[in-house]
Design a protein around this ligand. Structure first.
Ligand SMILES: O=C(O)C(=O)C[C@]1(C(=O)O)C=C[C@@H](O)C=C1
Length: 402
């Protein structure tokens, strides 16, 4: 090595060293700023807890959409003034607001002072959903009786002793267990369930007991971090137009609605048949499509690792959803797919459409393809701009994690 080469190597290692030192210095300052950010979040949380107390006293809801919209608009304006990307600032504050609402739910902001406590039997109380609801009812001050296959408390005893009976058992066994236990419930009790189909279980609860019947379907699984902001469908067994006193002589519907809202849930009212029609799309059709995709990948012998090297964000999201689906219990999905009264009709259309598109594609008929494409685009109509916006948000969050 010549002398000048040695010199230049020395110079470059000096400059690397000096760059490293300066980066470390700046990092120290960043840590200080980040610490201040965290302290500000803590200060913010104190204000939120004060708002929570005021809201509880005034029976105001945790979430205020108008306020949140106004905040996002204001933040966008600030971002622009300071030349920061508004979507990044919006993402940050969405996280802050989500956490603020969760915190308020933990502080029991939405739990009305006068919500009556009841003795609630959870049949299937050791299952993951059963445990989640047991905790939630307990946190509202109810006495919870957990009964399951292996508990010392027998399900029959729990049902006879309870004012509210919640069936949280696998779909395939729900109707059999209801038939066995519902006759033991007190006539002034509430019978409810959390099964993903509603017509069958609600009819079974009506048929086998004298108690008031309200079916429910939580639109989330046991894996969610918090129930805050999740949805639950309520399907009272009586006709919506009927006199409520006739279908609900003991006022169970207001009690259940208040309790579920207090857990942070958003309520969706439906009839058992209306629910099942909607779920044939929300669950059966989309799960079927996911299952066809997963099965095709497996049958094609695709190397996931290899394809993920080429991934687009959408392929990645599709793979996340497909793998998530197949990572869960097959019995749950088997039941959802086989027990919905509308499954046949919906899956038949899926197969027809798969054939239709395969025909168009193999005929290399670009015009026919565009015609189909345009018809579907028109079908999505007003939803499209929102879909573009929200999917972009989702993609940004995913990209930021990697
Ligand atoms: O301002 C309120 O009403 C709050 O409850 C606070 C807050 C926030 O964290 O800023 C949280 C939830 C609401 O949806 C709006 C704002």
């Amino acid at each position: 090595m010549s002398e000048s080469e040695t010199d230049s190597n020395q110079a470059s290692s000096d400059s690397i060293e000096s760059a490293r030192r300066k980066v470390a210095e700046q990092r120290g300052k960043i840590d200080d700023l980040d610490r201040q950010l965290v302290e500000l979040l803590q200060e913010r949380r104190v204000l939120v807890s004060e708002i929570a107390a005021l809201k509880r006293a005034g029976s105001l809801p945790i979430r205020d959409d108008a306020r949140e919209r106004a905040m996002h608009a204001l933040h966008a304006q600030w971002a622009e003034e300071l030349e920061l990307p508004p979507t990044v600032i919006e993402g940050l504050f969405r996280m802050v607001l989500w956490s603020s609402r969760n915190y308020q739910a933990q502080l029991r902001t939405a739990v009305p002072a006068g919500v009556a406590s009841r003795r609630v039997a959870i049949i299937g109380g050791e299952g993951s959903m059963g445990r989640q609801f047991a905790r939630a009812f307990e946190s509202l001050g109810n006495e919870v009786l957990r009964a399951d296959l292996d508990t010392s408390l027998r399900p029959a005893e729990a049902v006879a002793d309870a004012q509210v009976v919640l069936f949280a058992v696998p779909i395939a066994q729900t109707e059999r267990i209801i038939a066995e236990l519902a006759p033991l419930a007190r006539p002034d009790a509430l019978l409810t369930d959390i099964t993903s189909v509603k017509a069958g279980p609600v009819a079974a609860m009506r048929e086998h007991g004298e108690a008031t019947v309200i079916g429910t379907h939580p639109l989330f699984g046991p894996a969610v971090n918090s129930m805050q902001g999740q949805r639950i469908v309520l399907t009272p067994a009586w006709d919506a137009d009927a006199d409520a006193r006739e279908g609900d002589p003991h006022g169970w519907l207001p009690w259940l609605e208040t309790s579920l809202r207090a857990m942070g849930l958003e309520l969706v009212r439906s009839t058992p048949a209306g629910h099942d029609r909607a779920m044939a799309i929300v669950q059966v059709l989309t799960h079927y499509s996911t299952e066809v995709l997963g099965r095709s990948l497996q049958r094609l012998g695709v190397s996931l690792e290899e394809t993920l090297r080429f991934t687009s964000p959408i392929y990645y999201i599709d793979m996340l959803m497909a793998a998530r689906h197949f990572a869960q219990r097959s019995e749950l999905y088997a039941s959802i797919q086989t027990q919905n009264p509308n499954t046949e009709q919906v899956t038949a259309v899926f197969r027809e459409v798969a054939e239709e598109l395969a025909g168009i594609i193999s005929a290399k008929d670009g015009d026919a393809f565009s015609e189909v494409f345009d018809e579907v685009r028109e079908f999505f109509g007003e939803f499209s701009p929102r879909a573009l916006d929200e999917s972009r948000y989702l993609i940004d969050r995913l990209v930021e994690r990697r």
